[in-house]
Design a binder for this molecule. Structure first.
Ligand SMILES: Cc1cc2nc3c(=O)[nH]c(=O)nc-3n(C[C@H](O)[C@H](O)[C@H](O)COP(=O)(O)O)c2cc1C
Length: 381
C-alpha cells in the first residue's frame, strides 16, 4: 500500500477543486474587499491559479466596470466575491445621536491629523440583489461569497448560466448548509484568516474555529470539494491543508503583501515588520468582527464601553480617520488587515509568490495528497 501511494502519478494539484473550477493549480488568491485589484486578479488567473476580486463595497456599475477590466487582462477563470448580508441589525435605525457617540472615540485623532470631522449623513444601503444581478448578466466564470447563502433562485440562475459558485464556511454546520444548497466548492475559513469572519449561522464570536480543526471537520461533513483558508502563507501551510483533506487553498494575506494588491505602502511595510507577529480581532474597524495587525487603533476601539456602530456604518465612520492617517503615514491609526501568518510572508510580487508556492509544494506534497485520495475512496466505498 505504501508503495502504491508513493508511486502515484497524479500530481498534488490535480484535485476536484482544480477540475471543477477549470484551473491548473488549486490556489485561490482570496478576495480582498477594498484592496483587490484587477491586475492582481488577472496575474493569479493567468498563472493558473484563481484570482478573486472582492467587490462587496462597489456599486453595481462599479462592479460592471471591474468585470470588463479583468476580462481585458485575462481569458482564464476568475471569481468576483460579494457579501450576501450587507448590513447588520440596527444599521437602518441608527441615527445622528449614535453617530456622534461613536465619532467621539475617533475625533481627537482626526483633529490632530488635520482631518475634517465627518457630518452625519443618511445611510444609503448597498443591495446584494443589485450587485449580484451584474454578475449574473455578465456571466462571470465564478461567483464567490461570504456572510450567508444567496437565495435559491440566484443559485439556480448561476447553474443555468454556467456560473460556478464558491461559498465560505466558518463552521462545519455552515459548510453543511452550503453543501445542501449545491455550491460548487466550499472554503473552510479558519479564524487565523485576515479580514472579516463571514459567519452566518452563529455570531462570528462563536465561530472561531482554527483552520487545523475546521478543515477536516468540513471535509468529513460535505460532498463538495473543500478549500482551506486562514494562516496559509507558504508551502508548509499548503501541504498541511492538503494533509487535512483540503483539495485547494485560499490565501489572502500573502497576496496582500505583494506589490500587485491595493494595500498601501504603509500597510505592506507594517505586514513585513515585526509588528505583524501580533494580530487581533476587532469589531471597531467596521462593526463586524475582523482581524488586523494589533495597533493603537484596535486597542482603543476594543476597550470596554466604546460605542461601535452597526456594520457598515462603523466602516464609513472609521474611514474619516484612516484617510488622514494614511496621508500622515501613521500606521498605529490604520486598519492593517492581516491574518495570523502575516509574519511568515516575504516581500515579492504575486507571480514570484505563486512560483515559489508551487515549486516548494511540489517537492513534498504528492504522498500526502495520495494518502487522502485513498482515504476518500475508502470512505465512499
Ligand atoms: C484585506 C482583506 C480583505 C478581505 N476581503 C474579503 C472579502 O471581501 N470576501 C471574502 O470572502 N474574503 C475576504 N478576505 C479573506 C481572504 O479572501 C482569505 O480568505 C483570507 O485572507 C485567508 O486567510 P489569510 O489571510 O491567513 O491568508 C479578506 C482578507 C483580507 C486580508
Amino acid at each position: 500500500m505504501q508503495k502504491e501511494i508513493i508511486s502515484s502519478s497524479t500530481p498534488w494539484y490535480k484535485t476536484r477543486v482544480s477540475s471543477t473550477l477549470g484551473i491548473e493549480y488549486p490556489i485561490i488568491q482570496g478576495p480582498l474587499g477594498g484592496l483587490s485589484t484587477q491586475r492582481l486578479t488577472a496575474i493569479v488567473s493567468n498563472f493558473g491559479g484563481l484570482g478573486s476580486f472582492g467587490a462587496h463595497g462597489l456599486s453595481p456599475s462599479g462592479i460592471k466596470d471591474v468585470i470588463s477590466e479583468i476580462r481585458e487582462l485575462t481569458t482564464k477563470p476568475f471569481a468576483i466575491n460579494l457579501w450576501v448580508s450587507t448590513e447588520d441589525e440596527g444599521a437602518r435605525a441608527s441615527g445622528k445621536e449614535e453617530f456622534v457617540r461613536s465619532l467621539k472615540h475617533l475625533a481627537g485623532h482626526i483633529e490632530a491629523l488635520g482631518g475634517t470631522l465627518p457630518d452625519h449623513k443618511p445611510y444609503v444601503p448597498v443591495r446584494f440583489e443589485d450587485q449580484v444581478r451584474v454578475l449574473l448578466d455578465a456571466k462571470i466564470p465564478i461567483f464567490s461569497f461570504i456572510a450567508g447563502i444567496p437565495p435559491k433562485e440566484i443559485l439556480d440562475e448561476c447553474r443555468t448560466r454556467g456560473i460556478l459558485t464558491i461559498g465560505t464556511a466558518t463552521t462545519a454546520a455552515e459548510a453543511m448548509v452550503l453543501d445542501q444548497a449545491g455550491v460548487s466548492v466550499i472554503v473552510a475559513s479558519g479564524f487565523e484568516a485576515g479580514g472579516h469572519r463571514g459567519s452566518f449561522l452563529l455570531p462570528a464570536e462563536d465561530s472561531l474555529t482554527g483552520t487545523f480543526s475546521l478543515t477536516p471537520q468540513v471535509v468529513d461533513a460535505v460532498s463538495a470539494p473543500v478549500v482551506a483558508a486562514g494562516g496559509i502563507a507558504d508551502a508548509r501551510g499548503i501541504v498541511a491543508a492538503f494533509a487535512l483533506g483540503a483539495e485547494g487553498v485560499q490565501i489572502g494575506t500573502a497576496f496582500l503583501v505583494s506589490e500587485d494588491s491595493g494595500a498601501s505602502v504603509h500597510h505592506r511595510n507594517a505586514l513585513l515588520s515585526r509588528k505583524a507577529q501580533r494580530t487581533s480581532l476587532t469589531k471597531g474597524f467596521t462593526g463586524r468582527l475582523a482581524r488586523g495587525v494589533h495597533n493603537q487603533l484596535i486597542e482603543e476601539l476594543n476597550r470596554p464601553g466604546v460605542d461601535i456602530l452597526p456594520y457598515p456604518l462603523q466602516r464609513m465612520l472609521v474611514r474619516s480617520l484612516v484617510v488622514p492617517a494614511e496621508k500622515a503615514g501613521r500606521t498605529e491609526l490604520l486598519q492593517l488587515w492581516a491574518g495570523q501568518s502575516a509574519s511568515l510572508v516575504q516581500q515579492s510580487d504575486a507571480k514570484t509568490l505563486l512560483r515559489t508556492l508551487i515549486s516548494e509544494t511540489t517537492a513534498v506534497a504528492d504522498p500526502v495528497v495520495d494518502w487522502n485520495r485513498e482515504r476518500r475512496c475508502k470512505r465512499s466505498r
